[in-house]
Write a protein that binds this ligand. Structure first.
Ligand SMILES: Cc1cc2nc3c(=O)[nH]c(=O)nc-3n(C[C@H](O)[C@H](O)[C@H](O)COP(=O)(O)O)c2cc1C
Length: 260
């Protein structure tokens, strides 16, 4: 069992990149992915347990809330969480705090990956993708130093009741979005979309992706298609993809990533 465990959800790699940056500075860390039910839920031997995740629709992505409830943590373990978002924090940190009781929390804005709803360049405060990446790296350094020293946050994360409402409305939009998936002639039938979909919602039929109704809106298929052949309606055709350059489609399909 590793000394530290970071539970991470990541749709386009930015949170996984941050989790890896933190883990490299902590050493001896298992990053357990939460895109599907986590491979390891018994974290009772870990000294530090963390959560790194994006804001999706004002709240936690996918089934993350329910997955976190299944995780067992030792009573004396140090618990921390870091959220990435584009424009606003939402209620994700508050929800995790309610479930596990956080010792430390932090957050950072990165560029929007929700290219279906928001323009790609959205980031608060506005800056270039390169500068935003530098900011995220610095944040990872700050968080790792705090977590290593087991620093405690003075305040609780903000509750933001309005975002709890947005978050429940967002999940109800998934079936509507599913109907809008389109595949262009650029598709080469490589199957990346089928392998990366955390819900197993994409199946290749005659070499082309077919979409079921069990979508959680992560847009990994849109972001990581090597030919940019998958779109949601017409709007994403015009929007730049923004997968994290340090995280591959294969990385996102892993269940546990160990960092020494
Ligand atoms: C489906 C979806 C919903 C999102 N919703 C929000 C949101 O409500 N508020 C916000 O500020 N950012 C939102 N974002 C932006 C992400 O939180 C941000 O880009 C984050 O860095 C993505 O991390 P990831 O690459 O690890 O998934 C959303 C992104 C996606 C894909």
């Amino acid at each position: 069992m590793s000394e530290n465990i970071i539970y991470c959800y990541s749709g386009s790699g930015h949170c996984l990149d941050m989790a890896k940056s933190i883990a490299k500075r902590l050493g001896d860390t298992d990053i357990v992915m939460m895109r599907s039910f986590p491979e390891k839920t018994d974290a009772t031997e870990a000294k530090r347990v963390g959560f790194v995740f994006p804001c999706y629709g004002g709240g936690l992505p996918g089934h993350v809330e329910e997955y976190i409830k299944a995780i067992k943590i030792a009573p004396d373990a140090y618990k921390f969480a870091v959220e990435q978002f584009a424009g606003y924090l939402g209620c994700g940190l508050h929800k995790i705090d309610e479930i596990v009781g956080l010792d430390y929390w932090n957050f950072i804005s990165n560029h929007s990956t929700c290219i279906w709803l928001m323009p790609h360049g959205l980031c608060f405060p506005p800056t270039s993708a390169e500068k935003a990446k530098e900011r995220v790296d610095q944040k990872a350094m700050e968080v790792a130093a705090a977590v290593k020293a087991m620093k405690k946050s003075e305040k609780k994360p903000p509750k933001k009741a309005l975002f709890a409402l947005e978050s429940s409305a967002f999940s109800q939009m998934h079936p509507m979005r599913t109907k809008k998936f389109r595949v262009s002639d650029a598709c080469i039938g490589c199957g990346t979309c089928a392998r990366i979909c955390p819900m197993g919602n994409i199946v290749l039929q005659d070499g082309r992706p077919g979409f079921g109704t069990n979508c959680i809106g992560c847009l990994s298929c849109v972001q990581y298609c090597p030919k940019e052949a998958i779109n949601v309606g017409r709007i994403t055709e015009k929007r730049e993809r923004f997968p994290n350059p340090n995280v591959s489609a294969v990385d996102l399909t892993k269940k546990i990533i160990h960092i020494d």
